[in-house]
Design a protein around this ligand. Sequence first.
Ligand code: SF4
Length: 82
Amino acid sequence: MSQKNRRGSERVKTFLLRDAVCPFVKSLHGKCVECEAPMDNAKLVLQFRTGKGMEKHARTYCGENYKYCEIYRMVMDAKYED
Ligand code: SF4
């Protein structure tokens, strides 16, 4: 393996839509996470300052820890809990 490939394989993998576990995720792109909104006929777009910021949020919450996300809790409270 070349030096370049070795370094490349050590890089942190980009967090992609297929890595998201949250049931409310719609898409991840650029600086944005799009989620189900607390009302019908709308979607919620979280726009971060940077793509890195978006990725950090997605990696922290949109995977296994989605139940800790404030957006997830808001949508659950508004639409799915009595
Ligand atoms: S974890 Fe939060 S930000 Fe991520 S998709 Fe779910 S509701 Fe949206």
